[in-house]
Design a protein around this ligand. Sequence first.
Ligand SMILES: Nc1ncnc2c1ncn2[C@@H]1O[C@H](COP(=O)(O)OP(=O)(O)OP(=O)(O)O)[C@@H](O)[C@H]1O
Length: 303
Amino acid sequence: MENSVLSVRHLTKAYGHRQVLHNVNFDCQRGHVVGLVGANGAGKTTIMKAVLNLVKFQGVVTINGQRVGFNHHRELTHVGSLVEAPGLYPYLTGRANLELFADATATQAQRIQEVSRALEIETVLDCDVKTYSVGLKQKLGIALALVNQPSLVILDEPMKGLDPQATKALRELIVKRQAAGTTFLISSHILDELQRIAEDLVVINQGRVICNTSMREVLAQNQHFLVIKTLQEDQAVSILRIAGYRVVARHPLRVKLRGKDVVAQILRTLTDHNIMIDDVRHEDGDLEQFFLHMLDQQEAQHA
Ligand SMILES: Nc1ncnc2c1ncn2[C@@H]1O[C@H](COP(=O)(O)OP(=O)(O)OP(=O)(O)O)[C@@H](O)[C@H]1O
């Protein structure tokens, strides 16, 4: 694709005799945040490692139109990444780790200050990394990925180990960099967080891309539910089912709202049968629901 910063074509990878990636194809458009989601062991980290040339693979990976491979890594100098545990020097300070990694240009000190301020690690920057907590090491790892202001950033589970304040700080930094044109490929199991920042979505299942879409599309497709709280759940379920409504769960009672369903009529159906309603709320589908639905569909197809 024309505006593609990262393009992955026919990516295949085997560990020994076990094939873990099967013909993976996707693109990351310039200035987009792309979410890579999949169950444990689906192949997300392996995809990232292949893009970064940390493992051998078959297929074609191009960054900014240039092929990346065993003998072609020039384009990787424009990529920042944090995949698995950050590689840090424990007996050096956070600042020294950043200085080792940051390009030695006139803006080095300014870039270090900007990224450490944004990730709120300024106050510990002159302490040895061996004294850092897990979350602090993670923040420093993210700072290393961002300090050279690369055009493509690859982050594997960046929110892992971060507290809510740090998660918010990271979100704000990603959004700011993205607005300035940086492209991100981010894997995460924290789907509500990914939903907030990602524009595009690649869903991986057992080493295959099962869905490549936009977040807008995901949320538009999502379903709407009415959640009803009552002490007479069993009775209410029967009444609603007899009346033709789609009850999808019992505890709490959830009714799927189809286009023709009117909330007032659902409630009247229950009150007409002397069901006491304690509470009612709307629930919209989200990325998590979409993801679980995709996996269910896959299981059903292979059953
Ligand atoms: N070095 C390795 N040797 C053998 N098998 C491996 C190796 N690394 C990963 N695998 C296998 O490859 C498959 C994909 O693993 P990968 O780490 O890419 O998944 P993931 O989607 O990142 O999972 P998670 O969400 O748990 O991090 C898994 O079945 C895993 O066991």
